[in-house]
Design a protein around this ligand. Structure first.
Ligand code: PRX
Length: 637
């Protein structure tokens, strides 16, 4: 029987051949790769789809449990190989390692705890935890028994957490007393207590003791993690899942209204994340892979947990931040664990590039073989710095384009195997069929072009729906260009067929790699009792990529004060979290609007970026005088 490593592409010719084969014969292409996994029963058909509904099913009728593929099957070959190397926030604290056997035991034990408390297949479990090994254990324990995990990034506020718990109707919440982030201690349980006042569905709250800080306690609801697992067996049979049963929900911002709970399923997601992990990063069995993301985002799910574990990899998980105790922390970790693949975000690269290069010279980075980036377009300056100072002009850089919705990497070079081009994500992965469209939705046939990026054919890890709202899923992703998946990004294509992602074409702004819809931020600002209306737009920022500017109209009788601006920021912090706080808030007497009353965001974006010479024709606006007023206020700032 073939092994997944037999499908690792080793040359550009093999890559091209795989691309061609995957387009000509997608079913046999993915079927053969899927056969390298452990299934309880085989599938009846590889792919069944109809994007007019839209419906996508892979490995239809196949039965499996993803944790058997991530854990059990490795126990037979290398039980003592390290699965996880955990580096704590404070480097003076002890590193904790988990071998595959130890991780298996911990996952099974926690899964037995979940079962004892009545959690069963299909139930939703919310996980709101810092970057500690118990987060990975909780995720895998849910998958073990078929419960659907919904991880919420531990930087979100209590209001945002409550909204996600209520949307998914979670029965159980897993958290910790507090968390460490650099020199800060965050009272997570306190945030949870406030959130749970608004959540009727949660019956139990499991609390891991991380900081040993004082916490309020509800005897009927709260259980310490250590009591929860006390005396439980470290064997837990895996619940057999259908390939199309949900594995997890993960929320992402939309350009309007509430966050979207993207639903990923077991079979296709497993096959695709494993295949892309092996190929993009060219992982070899003895490598030490480090992705600096947080498990609260899709990168953490796919390329810190499921992808690496399903191929038996060793990964570093880091609890802290790149600046603590100083800006050499990342390089110190690379040296300490002899990291071979290093995967981070452009916003981190830009912040690191601001530091004196002398910092890097003090560390031995010779173990590095591959560098990666994800989350937003990487600018040329950041790319060059990464290449020169970390790659020493000698390492492949994979610029991986994908989304929460796509589950896995869709466009990227394969490290050292396919051609790379600075600032270009380059070529679609095997199995990914891309088309560029013009604004009328017509396919652009010219090789060299700029247009709207769409995908023509299903790949195995596409999110199957938005939890509880299939209609919204259809509208957002499949209605703009019927028959195609619309990711919401624009792209450039060069004459060799390489793609450069140019950014969002909707009202989503990527701030420090976080995807933020402007509508929920405006809603939060409008909640302030002094605010009539607001509009939020992104503008270019040296480190964060983009930052947010809010234009705010106050009620007539309200007197402006710096405290008021602070309160507006706090409101955003309270409702969403610190990542969504606008960098700039400008109080205005009106917003530029079309005659039909629509806010002209294009003009606000130009104003926020200081591009007042290229505003275009504003005479058709309902209130052109407001633009002059805003320009004047901005010049006084
Ligand atoms: O605009 C694209 C940008 O991030 C969006 C997806 O955000 P999220 O769902 O939070 O997932 C981020 C991690 C996969 C995309 O629609 N994006 C992501 N990667 C890149 C990128 N833009 C340009 N280049 C990339 N490599």
């Amino acid at each position: 029987m073939k092994n997944i490593y037999d499908f690792q592409l080793r040359s550009n010719d093999e890559f091209k051949a795989a691309q061609l084969e995957s387009i000509q014969n997608p079913n046999s292409f993915w079927g053969e790769i899927a056969e390298t996994f452990q299934w309880h029963s085989p599938w009846n058909s590889v792919l069944n789809y109809d994007w007019s509904i839209p419906k996508t099913e892979w490995f239809v009728g196949g039965k499996l449990n993803i944790t058997e593929n991530c854990l059990d099957r490795h126990l037979l070959i290398h039980p003592d190989k390290l699965a996880l190397i955990w580096e704590p926030n404070n480097q003076r604290d002890k590193t904790i390692n988990y071998t595959y056997k130890q991780l298996f035991d911990a996952v099974c034990q926690f899964a037995n705890g979940l079962k004892n408390h009545g959690i069963k297949k299909g139930d939703r479990v919310c996980i709101y935890m810092p970057m500690i090994p118990e987060l990975t254990i909780a995720v895998l324990a849910c998958a073990r028994i078929g419960a659907i995990h919904s991880v919420v990034f531990a930087g979100f506020s209590s209001t945002a957490l409550a909204a996600r718990i209520n949307d998914a109707k979670c029965n159980l919440l897993i958290t910790s007393d507090g968390s460490y982030r650099g020199d800060k201690v965050v009272p997570l349980k306190e945030i949870v207590d406030v959130a749970l006042e608004q959540c009727d569905s949660i019956q139990k709250c499991i609390v891991f003791q991380r900081t040993f800080m004082d916490v309020n306690w509800d005897d009927k609801r709260d259980i310490w993690w250590h009591d929860f697992v006390e005396g439980l067996s470290s064997h837990c049979p895996a619940t057999i899942m259908d390939a199309e049963d949900p594995l997890f929900i993960l929320y992402t911002s939309g350009s309007t209204g509430k966050p979207k709970g993207m639903v990923h399923t077991c079979g296709g997601y497993m096959v695709y994340t494993a295949y892309t992990f092996l190929n993009v990063f060219q992982y070899q069995p003895e490598d030490i892979y480090w992705c600096t993301a947080d498990i609260g985002w899709i990168t953490g799910h796919s390329y810190m947990i499921y992808g690496p574990l399903s191929v038996g990899a060793t990964s570093v998980h880091f609890e802290g931040v790149p600046s603590y105790p100083n800006w050499s922390r990342f390089w110190e970790i690379c040296e300490k664990y002899k990291v071979t693949q290093f995967y981070t975000a452009p916003t981190a690269i830009r912040a690191l590039a601001k530091q004196p290069t002398k910092i890097i010279e003090g560390y031995d980075l010779s173990s590095l073989k591959v560098l990666g980036t994800v989350g937003e377009p990487i600018n040329e300056e950041a790319w060059n710095w990464y290449n020169t100072y970390i790659g020493k002009n000698n390492l492949p850089i994979v610029d991986t384009w994908w989304q929460t919705e796509t589950g896995g990497i869709l466009i990227s070079s394969l490290a050292g195997v396919s051609q790379q081009k600075p600032t270009y994500a380059t070529q679609p992965m095997p199995g990914v069929q891309v088309a560029l469209l013009d604004p009328d939705g017509k396919v652009i046939l010219d090789k060299e072009a700029e247009g709207i990026l769409t995908i023509n054919h299903p790949w195995p890890s596409i999110a199957r729906t938005i939890f509880g709202n299939h209609q919204r899923y259809k509208e957002v992703y499949f209605s703009a260009y019927p028959g195609r998946y619309f990711p919401g990004d624009g792209a450039l294509r060069d004459s060799d067929g390489n793609y450069r992602i140019t950014g969002r074409v909707d009202d989503v702004v990527i701030v420090s790699g976080h995807n933020l819809g402007t509508a929920p931020i405006e809603n939060a600002i409008n909640e302030h009792s002094s605010v009539v209306e607001s509009a939020v737009v992104g503008f270019p920022h040296e480190i964060k990529g983009n930052a947010l500017m809010a234009f705010v109209i106050l009620y007539n009788d309200v007197i402006y004060s710096p405290e008021l601006v602070g309160e507006i920021r706090d409101e955003v912090n309270r409702q969403i979290g610190p990542i969504a706080k606008p960098d700039k808030i400008l109080i205005v007497s009106g917003l530029p609007k079309t005659r039909s009353g629509k806010i002209m965001r294009r003009i606000l974006r130009k104003l926020a970026a200081g591009e007042i010479d290229s505003l275009g024709d504003i005479s058709t606006l309902l209130n052109p005088e407001i633009v002059e007023e805003i320009i004047e206020s901005l010049s006084k700032k």
